[in-house]
Each structure stands twice: as C-alpha cells, then as structure tokens.
Ligand binder design. Structure first.
Ligand code: S3P
Length: 452
C-alpha cells in the first residue's frame, strides 16, 4: 500500500507545548464503516481517520457495492442492509490492517458469496487461527494459509459461500486470549447465525463492537468479560442509519502526551480523546506512577463512547510494574511506554504482554532493539520487557520494521537523545496517524520528514 518511503530526522527538543487533536480512533473507525455499510440507508460519520488501515476497510466495502463518499465534514455510507453486500469484485486487500482482516473474516463467513483476503508482508506473518478455528466451529467454510509455525494459519484467507439453506450455528466459546478482533469477528458472524453467540474473555478487551450493537438495538447483552448475542430474541434484523462522531484515538494521543511526560518543561493537551475504560490503561497507569495527567470530560461519540480532554505536564516519574488487566487496556501503547521508561527513574517492568509478539512487528523484540540502539539498558522477557531508565541517550539509526508504533516510539526517544536520530520506514505511520510529524512540530518537536 505504501509507494513512497519516508524517513524521519529527529533532534533533541525543548519544551513541547500546545493543545491538539489526533485522528479518529482506528478501532471505532473500522466499526463505524462496518455498521454503516450494513445499516438500512445513509449513515453519516464525522472524525473518521484518513489512516490507511481505516481506508482498507472503506475500500473493502466499496468493492462489495457499498457507496462511501467523503467531503470536508463527513463520510457518508450508503448502507445496503445485513443481506445487501455483493461478492467483492476482486481479492480484498487489507494492507497492514489486522483489524480489517479479522473482523471481515467474521462478517464474510456469514455471506452467500465467496471471498479472498490478502495483506502486506507484515500482515501475512500474523496468526489467523484465532479467528479461523472458532468460525469453522460454527460452520464457516474458511481457510488460511500455512506459514512459519506448523500449527498456525496465516493470510491469505479464503471463504467459500454458505449454500442455500445452510446457516452458521450458535457458539459458546471461552476465548483463550483477550482479543477484541476475535470477539468482534464472532459477534459479526453471529448476526447471521441461527443460534446465539456466547463469548467469555479472560479479561474484557475493548468493547466498541458491543457498545455499537447496543446503541443500534442489536440484541446483545454484556456482563463483565462476557457477551451474548441472540439474534432470535424478538429482533427484526438490521438497524436504521445513524450519525456518529469518531472520538480521537487514545493510542495516537499517547505519543504527544508521553512526549510531554518525557521532555522537561512540557505541557500538552489532546482534545476529544476516546476514554472508554477498556482503552485508558495508560492514563490510569500514568497517575499511578506519579505523572501529572488530567482528564476533563468532553461529551460522547459513536456508540456512546465517552470523550475527554487529556493533559500531561512534565514531572519526574519513577518506573513501576504493569501487568494483568492494565496491560490489556494499554496494549497498543506499550511501545510509547517503553520510550517513557527510558527517561523514568529506576526500572519499568512490563508483564503479561506476550500478545505484543504478534502485532504489526514482534514489539517486544523490536522495542528491545530500539532501546538498545539509543543506549537504554533493557531486558527482553517472554511476555514483556524490563527497561532501566535514566541513562543518557545517544541518537540512533532505526528501521521501523513496517510498524507504525515502533516508528513513533523511536521518534519520542529521538526527542531526548544527544545528536540526530534517523527513523527509516516511517511511512508505516500513515496507517494510523497521518499528520504525526506536522502535529509534533506544532508542539515544538524538532522532527522533519523526508520522502523518496
Ligand atoms: C483492535 C484490537 C486489538 C488491538 C488492535 C485493534 C481492534 O488487537 O491491538 O490494534 O480494533 O479490535 P487484538 O484483538 O489482537 O488484541
């Protein structure tokens, strides 16, 4: 999907100051497009990110006959109803987006047409058995591709149609890992199933799909880390179109906010950020470790998602231990947390984060290498890292490994390192945070972007 290579040059920067907005939340963006496409008529969504991951989902629906238009204010999705999608014109290219592929795996399993999904090099290395196995268990004709590990399946994914009279079955499934992608794939397939979808996670993962279903009148019930969707429960099927606003992405807001926590004299605020409790692990943890982080509520967005202004003021921070449910609620922010750990006093220990090994890169191994390159002592654990803060950082030459959050976390380290840092493969940032460099520069960061 990326035709142009980008390189960042970052130098040690003075205090960062200002108030900014970040692109719309990526997870909520994918789901707004999905629920808009399946609604009965034209839905209007504001705040949707122009990041490449959300664009991959938008393109997938366009190829299934859904008209989606964007003007300066909003994205309009001409929903075709639950049964109105057409067979994709071509293979569905999910680019770098695991969420697109896994959520659509569920949705497409319930259709009466076949489909095939592919991804870029990074996505093609990501495990897909976690969605393929439970979808097969409920009767989907879905296949993955053999790859690095003999007992795992990878993209491309092929789905054969359900034949006339054939339906997906109900499923009761205890999920082995907390994963909103797996949960959402099963809930979306559950819209087409003859029986209920009953799911239990070890810890509640982000619950945007459940919130949206509830707000659209889909018969879903939640209790803690359990969710039940029973489409037979007095439900006519389908929903009316909606007008939703996508709140700012807390996983993107983490970068300017943690930059403020790292650079002496800084104060940065980000407006209208999604503060759904399944996403606020980082901000809860910042308070625990003595960072100055304030939150002011600013209304609600799509599917009743709470929003707030978040403000971080620089203060000296002591490293601490993060594990368990807190880590599930801050899983995408761990690369940025590793950067913060480099400037905190003492050790920061991240545990229970083995899922990081199967993200856009192996984020445990990649962050350990990035920290090492900047001169930060770091120990890699099977399920996390121990970072020793307080060393004086040297500028480094980093490759993003095609991972947006590695490129941005390395940029934060560059802001506090001696000399110049170079970050290659920075085009990956466009998947989630178009405008990252302009935003950081507006706050006073010494970062430039070169293309070619
Ligand atoms: C996402 C779920 C998480 C997260 C990813 C987005 C989603 O992945 O890391 O960036 O939108 O459902 P897992 O489901 O693999 O935990």
């Amino acid at each position: 999907m990326h035709s142009v290579r980008k390189r960042y040059r970052v130098r040690r920067s003075g205090p960062l100051r200002g108030s900014v907005r970040v692109p719309g939340d990526k997870s909520i963006g994918h789901r707004s497009l999905i629920f808009g496409a399946l609604g009965r008529g034209a839905s209007r969504v504001t705040g949707l990110s122009e990041g490449l991951d959300n664009q991959a989902t938008r393109q997938a629906f366009r190829s299934m006959g859904v008209v989606i238009e964007r003007d300066a204010e909003a994205t309009t999705i001409q929903g075709v109803g639950l049964r109105g999608l057409r067979m994709p014109r071509d293979v569905v290219d999910c680019g770098n987006s695991g969420t697109t592929m896994r959520l659509l795996a569920g949705l497409l399993s319930g259709q009466r047409f076949g489909s095939r999904m592919v991804g870029d090099a990074s996505l093609t290395r990501r495990p897909m058995s976690r969605v393929i196995e439970p979808l097969r268990a409920r009767g989907a004709h879905i296949a993955g591709t053999a790859g690095a590990k003999p007992d795992e399946l990878y993209p491309p994914i092929s789905i054969a149609p359900l034949v006339e009279g054939e339906e997906l079955k109900g499923i009761e499934y205890k999920m082995p890992v907390a994963s909103a992608q797996v949960k959402s794939a099963l809930l979306l397939s559950g819209l087409y199933a003859a029986g209920p979808t009953i799911l239990e996670e070890p810890v509640l993962s982000r619950d945007h799909t459940e919130r949206m279903m509830l707000s659209l009148g889909v018969p879903v019930q939640t209790a803690g880390a359990s969710v039940v969707l029973d489409p037979n429960e007095d439900w006519a099927g389908g929903w009316e179109p909606f007008e939703w606003h996508v709140p700012g992405d807390p996983s993107s807001a983490a970068f300017p906010l943690l930059a403020a926590a790292m650079v002496r004299g800084s104060e940065v605020s980000v407006q209208d950020v999604c503060v759904n409790p399944t996403r606020t692990g980082l901000f809860d943890w910042l308070r625990l470790i003595g960072a100055r982080c304030e939150r002011r509520p600013s209304g609600h967005g799509a599917g009743d998602e709470p929003m707030a202004e978040l403000r971080v003021t620089h203060a000296s921070i002591r490293g601490s231990i993060a594990g368990g449910e807190l880590v599930v609620r801050m899983i995408d922010e761990i690369p940025a947390v590793c950067a913060l750990a480099a400037t905190s006093a003492g050790k920061t220990e991240i545990r229970d984060a083995a899922e990081l090994r199967v993200k856009e890169s192996d984020r445990i191994a990649t962050m350990a290498q990035v920290l090492g390159a900047f001169g930060v002592p770091c120990e890699e654990l099977p399920d996390g890292l121990i970072v020793t803060g307080g060393a004086s950082l040297q500028g480094a030459h980093i490759d993003s490994r095609g991972d947006h959050r590695i490129a941005m976390a390395a940029s934060l380290l560059g802001l506090v390192a001696e000399g110049e840092s170079i970050i290659d493969g920075a085009e990956a940032v466009d998947t989630s945070f178009p405008g990252f460099v302009a935003l950081m520069r507006s706050l006073g960061a010494d970062i430039t972007e070169e293309t070619g």
